[in-house]
Design a binder for this molecule. Structure first.
Ligand code: FAD
Length: 545
């Protein structure tokens, strides 16, 4: 497709483009490809030294995806799909990073990406109808459209513990793991945090450490990944009808093609439920166990408890020390209301003689000292501390660009003071021509994110192209539409169990953050229908000019 309205020029140190994209992960790379094909001039700004986003930063031992890789891939180009073969059911971080590098090469994307550049502020210039972006080096960007593909899990949460600076040993963050090898062998290591990154890395760190002490605040549900080759039945489904399989994923609830489960828990006998559960446990498929056992598991506390109890039984069977098993067993949230994890030998790792679990609910950390970690009961001398403490999810990277100033000098941090407000998770009223990919209000982290990312990117780029055809230069959500989306989000949350857990989905992991379920809980397929309906009804809820 020939470039049509390209206006990429450098005036002084300001680069003029149609569209500026921030972030070069799955979302930013696809955006650049689509924008170019649609004839827009575009630049991508990326803080990291290369493409990859999540998979550039999260290099910790054991880092992998937990949606099967045949599903966790781009689907926009069948030729790309046949040019790449995944080696495992759940690919490792290095393989996913290689894949994203392969995609960048294949579509020659790097030439329009500015690496090692961070966008620090963004200002809407009403008279020019353009965004002015400030960066941490001496360049700035002027763009008609500003798209934040900054990631949901890309702003690591700073540790909330006093004394981190005093520690004389090595400190690492799973979300900012170094590129050079970290020597773990023979060291006394502390891991703080038992979310997904902790659960993936703890078994591998334990294999090498002289001693590993795990500091746990909230236990998580995890199930074995049973990694290996991609399962033959899923692969056969995909290869038998690739287009059909992908289309089914796009209209599914979680972005992976599984049918809606119809049987409810009380229609099944204990034996039937156990049989379904054992089969799911042996499958090692998170989406399967989250959606396929019985229909009420995600919406009814009793239906959910039946499943949670079966998982708790597994934990007690695997972990030999009853006190450790109890500490590892979640009781404070329904299964699935907090992101469950996939593991490889996680619970069994606590049977090793060189591993200690510290339950922070019973003995909180009081400080980090020069030599280690002190709780209100004990002191642990360590050589290394690994913070697996997660992210300021969904809004952290967006709010880190500060200020973002929209129409009439409105600041995004003021508008979001009581929690994020969006229309469709893609736009914010009063911030014309600003889009977010997998922002709060999108199915994002409750879905296979590659499916959500492709849907958002296609929707946004198609809208920009349609506006250009029609002669419009600005798009802004109305306050009414935004309030309606908030209402719909709340209604959807009320009929799931997400509201019953304090998690990073709700902002509970970050002190002082406004609370509320941030991702859209209505499902990927219904969300797609709504976005399509908005277009079909003349851009319902948007003001174009
Ligand atoms: P990211 O990959 O996060 O990329 C955003 C980029 O924006 C980053 O490179 C960041 O440096 C850059 N950036 C942010 N702010 C600025 C700024 N101000 N200036 C310049 N650059 C900036 N999802 C799944 O669906 N399935 C999985 O199995 C899965 N596994 C995961 C495992 C881990 C360990 C983690 C952390 C996340 C996982 N996720 C998974 C979620 C994952 O984040 C998404 O799947 C996907 O990679 C997000 O892509 P993205 O392009 O939206 O954002």
């Amino acid at each position: 497709v020939a470039a049509r309205s390209s206006e990429s020029t450098n005036s002084g140190t300001t680069q003029q483009v149609d569209v500026a994209v921030v972030g070069a992960g799955f979302a930013g790379l696809y955006l650049l490809h689509r924008l170019r094909k649609a004839g827009f001039s575009a630049v991508v700004i990326e803080e990291a030294g290369d493409v990859g986003g999540t998979w550039y930063w999260n290099r910790y031992p054991g880092a992998r995806c937990d949606i099967q890789t045949i599903d966790y891939s781009y689907t926009f180009d069948p030729e790309l799909e046949s040019a790449w073969q995944w080696s495992e059911k759940y690919a490792t971080q290095p393989e996913i990073l290689r894949y994203l590098g392969f995609v960048a090469d294949r579509y020659d994307l790097r030439r329009d990406i500015r690496f090692r550049t961070k966008v620090t502020a963004a200002n809407w210039d009403q008279s020019a109808e353009r965004w002015q972006l400030t960066t941490d080096n001496d360049t700035s960007i002027s763009c008609r459209y500003y798209i934040m593909a900054t990631g949901c899990l890309s702003a690591p949460k700073p540790p909330e513990i006093d004394g981190v600076k005093d520690f004389k040993g090595e400190i690492y963050f799973t979300g900012r793991w170094p590129h050079d090898e970290v020597k773990l062998a023979g060291k006394r290591i502390a891991v703080i945090g038992t979310g997904s990154s902790g659960i993936q890395s703890i078994p591998l760190i334990a294999e090498q450490a002289e001693h590993l002490t795990v500091f746990q605040r909230t236990p998580n549900f995890a199930m074995p990944a049973h990694n290996g080759a991609a399962p033959a039945d899923r692969l056969a489904m995909l290869e038998g009808d690739r287009a059909g399989y992908r289309e089914q994923a796009r209209w599914s609830l979680a972005g992976v093609p599984y049918p809606q489960q119809m049987a409810v828990s009380w229609q099944l006998s204990d034996a039937e439920r156990r049989e379904r559960f054992e089969q799911a446990w042996a499958t090692g498929d998170l989406v399967y166990i989250l959606t396929q056992l019985w229909a009420d598991q995600g919406v009814d506390v009793d239906g959910n408890a039946l499943l949670a109890d079966l998982i708790r039984e597994k934990i007690r069977t695997i972990v030999k020390d009853p006190e450790t098993a109890e500490a590892l067993t979640p009781h404070d949230h329904p299964f699935g209301a907090k992101r469950p994890c996939l593991d490889t030998n996680y619970y069994a790792t606590y049977n090793r003689s060189n591993v200690t679990l510290v339950n922070l609910r019973q003995e909180p950390i009081t400080e980090i000292t020069a030599s280690g970690i002190t709780t209100d009961k004990r002191t642990f001398d360590v050589d290394m501390i690994v913070f697996a403490t997660g992210f300021d999810a969904m809004t952290g990277a967006i709010r880190a660009v500060h200020p973002i100033t929209g129409r009439d000098g409105k600041s995004l941090s003021d508008v979001w003071a009581d929690g994020p407000q969006t229309y469709l998770g893609l736009t914010v009223a009063g911030f014309p021509n600003l889009f977010m990919i997998t922002g709060p209000g999108s199915p994002s982290v409750l879905s296979n994110m590659t499916v959500s990312i492709e849907q958002h990117v296609d929707w946004v780029v198609d809208r920009l192209a349609a506006m250009r055809e029609a002669g419009f230069t600005t798009i802004d959500a109305t306050e009414t539409a935004q309030a309606g989306w908030a209402r719909h989000m709340a209604d959807c949350s009320m009929i799931t169990l997400h509201r019953l857990a304090n998690t990073w989905y709700t902002g509970a992991n970050v002190p002082g953050k406004a609370q509320g379920v941030m991702p859209y809980t209505g499902g990927v397929g219904p969300y797609r229908s709504i976005c399509n309906e908005v277009v079909g009804r003349g851009m319902l809820g948007f003001r174009l000019s």
